[in-house]
Design a protein around this ligand. Structure first.
Ligand SMILES: Nc1ncnc2c1ncn2[C@@H]1O[C@H](COP(=O)(O)OP(=O)(O)OP(=O)(O)O)[C@@H](O)[C@H]1O
Length: 338
């Protein structure tokens, strides 16, 4: 029998506009369209990578997923329940289920508190555990992130970036959440340390049955961790699909541009198509495709109409907001295709 798995989180038509209000003497001040019309499901047990250039809206989306910011339009449901509702009635309930790991590990930890007190807070306030249970959990948490128990008495500034990020991860784990949103969790770390933290995250995911949203501007990091990938451009989803298919056969030229920009040994550094060109004004988003000014395949249709996410779909799982998607491997050019 066919069984359907319900999404853990359902993001529907989410929009976040910053600012924008009525002027005192008439007229309207425009706001920044940071996130526009984003819809996606996050399935239990998956790692969904979200990738895009600086300013494309990744962090704004991430903050909304964990309830640190509210959409100005659309809805985000966790296990069927609108998180705006949950936030109003049961903030602790939301924080128990969904946790956030910040980009800058050291500054995300309170410098005046010991690691013990940082990790005890969620155990006490979110889970309501007594002293003995807390002590046990602290031992388990430190062990899970490979840190020595004596580190509990130290302060954040005494740790390297990699160790501090392990503490940030332990703090997120303390609440025993189902979903962790990791916002550029390794971007501030040395490359040698990045791999250790990525491996640790993979171990923890398997061990505790976690679901991750992994945000990064670094395509190679996203490729190594993700089951599915969402590519954001100018506040919108440009492409969404299984990681393997998306990296092997990108259906949006912006994804291809990102892939071409990843440096690799022996790969010549060349200016790739679309690397030049204007970014639209975030106060006044264009009517058509936001990537059109940078896209070699753009025509009048692209400049006047916005492609829906399924305009260049391969199938129901691999979607791309493009009227003229690049050819798939093995496909031959039809009419009008580049
Ligand atoms: N609080 C705010 N007020 C006004 N504009 C904001 C605010 N937060 C974000 N923005 C704007 O929204 C857009 C998206 O920003 P966001 O930080 O989400 O992007 P990002 O992809 O995470 O970039 P980065 O990786 O540099 O953080 C940008 O144009 C940014 O300037």
């Amino acid at each position: 029998m066919h069984s359907t798995v319900e999404p853990l989180m359902r993001v529907e038509g989410v929009e976040r506009i910053f600012g924008g209000r009525r002027k005192l003497f008439g007229g309207h001040r425009a706001g920044v369209h940071a996130v526009q019309d984003v819809s996606l499901d996050i399935m239990p047990g998956e790692t969904l990578g979200i990738v895009g250039e600086s300013g494309c809206g990744k962090s704004t989306l991430a903050r909304m997923l964990v309830g640190l910011d509210q959409p100005t339009g659309g809805s985000i449901r966790f296990k069927g329940r609108d998180i705006a509702d949950t936030l109003r009635n049961d903030f602790n309930g939301l924080a128990r289920n969904i946790q956030y790991v910040f980009q800058d590990p050291v500054s995300s930890l309170n410098p005046r508190k010991t690691i013990r007190s940082i990790l005890e807070a969620p155990l006490k306030h979110l889970l309501g555990l007594g002293r003995k249970e807390r002590a046990e959990r602290l031992g388990t948490l430190m062990d899970a992130v490979n840190l020595r128990p004596e580190f509990l008495e130290r302060y954040p500034h005494e740790f390297s970036g990699g160790q501090a990020q392990r503490i940030g991860i332990a703090r997120a784990l303390a609440a025993d959440p189902e979903l962790i949103v990791l916002d550029e969790p390794v971007s501030a770390l040395d490359v040698s340390v990045q791999a250790q933290v990525i491996n640790l995250l993979a171990d923890l995911k398997a061990r505790f049955g976690l679901t991750y949203v992994f945000i990064s501007h670094d395509l190679s990091v996203v490729e190594s961790v993700s089951d599915r990938v969402a590519v954001m451009y100018f506040g919108r989803l440009a492409e969404l699909g299984p990681a393997r298919a998306l990296f092997a056969d990108p259906r949006h030229r912006y994804t291809r541009l990102l892939l071409d920009s990843v440096p690799a040994p022996g790969k010549p550094i060349v200016a790739c198509e679309g690397s030049e060109g204007d970014l639209p004004d975030p106060y006044d988003p264009p009517a058509g495709c936001a990537f059109a000014p940078r896209c070699p395949a753009a025509d009048d249709l692209c400049r006047s109409q916005r492609p829906a996410l399924d305009a260049g779909a391969v199938d129901g799982a691999h979607l791309a907001a493009c009227f003229h998607p690049p050819l798939l491997t093995g496909e031959t050019a039809g009419d009008g295709q580049l």
